[in-house]
Design a binder for this molecule. Structure first.
Ligand SMILES: Cc1cc2nc3c(=O)[nH]c(=O)nc-3n(C[C@H](O)[C@H](O)[C@H](O)COP(=O)(O)OP(=O)(O)OC[C@H]3O[C@@H](n4cnc5c(N)ncnc54)[C@H](O)[C@@H]3O)c2cc1C
Length: 482
């Protein structure tokens, strides 16, 4: 692409480079640079945007000048950590991308069991650093996921019942405001901002580092998968409902339906998989708990072996390669009753291609004991969270695959108990941002988030995200939706 392609813009990207160069240590990449196509890409291959400039930050002090130039030229700014955002918010047309992925230093203090991670760290960076000390931070389930987006949205994974969301384990964060100031947020410093950062997304500033609480884990964990063919799904769902009624916190499980990857050699029919992790010190107790499910719903195949934490955390990475096309929906629900079973059986049976799948996360435990108003994350009371993750490779399949996920999501929402988890949401072009934010947070939390937005980002510079409108209905105006 030549600079003349930008004729619709009044800003010359080379001028941006010239102005930023003295202030920025990292790479400044424009369309004429060889690395541009790689630099503009995010995980979701459906998102094909052409930024004017990608700033690949080399130090944390590259953040403030990038914010300043975006404000000066009134350019949209996309902030990127791991680039895994399903809605594709980590890139932008005709604006600036601030890519923090090179800032991925992780420091572990084993005495205080705290972990400081720069904002470009991935889950793998944290897991590798903490495992050495027999510690872990609750994160997600695919190791290339960025810690920044994960934490700011919530963070659901294999330690959710034992220790809560990633955001529940955040001790403090350092953030650069849109005005270029560094602020700290914790229980005692800017507590309102700290509240907003634990589920409100990237709406308030650019976080440069996060400090987390870590937890001890056995060197090898009792983990595994039970596999069920279609004729056993109804009985397995009913058994799962019963089993999950009184599980100890140490047991987190996810019940999935998907067509297995061809490399697994398990055929091309969709299968139900029950994945589980026992985090307690007493492996025997964990095995007894898991045996109860094994007896209630005997699996056709089982893999049940103690593994190191990092091995488990990266076990499904290969199923989610960068560049696949993606659209996701999610909802919470409280019972696996006959209506849920009927919907899951029917929709699971329709899902005949490798790629798309869905996970039923068993919630509760430490996650459920966090008071509802302690963070913006919705519906702490939910027993289950359903994540329908559509992904595929052929653009010709876009309409059909999106329709499947959307249709299934809408059906389950009607059976659900409220709230949407923003990190499990795909792009909803053209829909009202206030309505979207209300569907995630409900009115009381959204009002509190909007008040924070007015303090920290009143011009809505940070709008490439699941946007918190500056003003919400009833306050007289709506947010800038771009
Ligand atoms: C394959 C895959 C697996 C996933 N698994 C899980 C899972 O197990 N559990 C779970 O909870 N979620 C999961 N997710 C969802 C994931 O949490 C979100 O997609 C999250 O946004 C990814 O964060 P990121 O930093 O990689 O994304 P990015 O696209 O880099 O960033 C996402 C958004 O976060 C904001 N942001 C990023 N960095 C900063 C910063 N430093 N300061 C301020 N704002 C910032 C921006 O608004 C940005 O648009 C998964 C996603 C994928 C694609």
């Amino acid at each position: 692409m030549t600079p003349s392609t930008f004729s619709e813009n009044t800003v010359d990207p080379h001028q941006l480079v010239e102005e930023l160069r003295p202030a920025v240590a990292g790479d400044l990449i424009v369309a004429t640079d060889p690395g541009y196509d790689d630099a503009r890409r995010v995980w979701n291959g459906m998102i094909d945007r052409r930024p004017l400039l990608v700033v690949r930050a080399g130090t944390e002090s590259d953040i403030a000048p990038t914010l300043a130039i975006a404000r000066r030229y009134r350019l949209p700014l996309a902030v990127r950590g791991g680039g895994h955002n399903v809605a594709g918010n980590g890139t932008v047309d005709a604006g600036i991308v601030l890519d923090l992925s090179a800032l991925n230093t992780v420091e572990v203090d084993p005495d205080s069991r705290s972990v400081r991670a720069q904002a470009g760290a991935t889950m793998a960076d944290i897991d590798r650093a903490t495992e050495v000390y027999g510690l872990a931070v609750p994160l997600g389930v695919v190791s290339a996921t960025g810690v920044a987006g994960l934490t700011l949205g919530g963070g659901v994974g294999w330690l959710t019942r034992a220790y809560g969301l990633t955001a529940d384990n955040l001790l403090s964060a350092e953030m650069i405001t849109v005005a270029g100031e560094t602020v700290r947020a914790s229980d005692t410093e800017n507590p309102d901002l700290f509240w907003g950062l634990r589920g409100g997304g990237g709406n308030f500033g650019v976080v440069s580092s996060f400090t987390f609480r870590a937890h001890p884990l056995p060197a090898r964990l009792v983990t595994g998968n039970f596999v069920y063919p279609r004729q056993h799904w109804a009985a397995t769902l009913a058994a799962y409902e019963e089993w999950t009624l009184d599980l100890p916190d140490e047991l987190t499980s996810i019940l999935s339906v998907l067509v297995p990857p061809p490399a697994m050699g398990l055929g091309s029919e969709p299968l139900m998989l029950l994945g589980f992790v026992w985090t307690g010190a007493d492996a025997g107790e964990g095995r007894q708990v898991i045996d109860r499910m094994r007896r209630a719903a005997p699996p056709a195949i089982e893999v049940d072996e103690p593994v190191p934490w990092t091995a488990w955390q990266s076990a499904v990475d290969g199923m989610f390669p960068k560049g696949v096309r993606g659209y996701w929906r999610n909802t919470s629900f409280d019972r696996i009753d006959p209506a849920v079973i009927e919907t899951v059986l029917r929709r699971g049976g329709e899902q005949t291609w490798f790629g798309t799948g869905f996970d039923i996360h068993h919630m509760g435990g430490a996650f459920g004991r966090v008071p509802e108003d302690a963070t913006p994350f919705p519906n702490r009371g939910a027993r289950f969270w359903l994540n329908i993750y559509g992904f595929w490779t052929d653009p010709a399949d876009d309409a059909e695959r999106v329709a499947f996920v959307r249709g299934f999501g809408t059906e389950m929402e009607a059976l659900g108990s409220g709230g949407r988890y923003l990190n499990f949401l795909g792009a909803e072009a053209g829909s009202d941002p206030v309505a979207q934010a209300l569907a995630v947070y409900g009115p009381a939390k959204l009002e509190r988030l909007a008040a924070l937005k007015r303090v920290y980002d009143p011009e809505n510079l940070l709008r490439l995200n699941h946007n918190i409108p500056v003003m919400i209905a009833g306050s007289g105006a709506t947010g800038d939706t771009d």
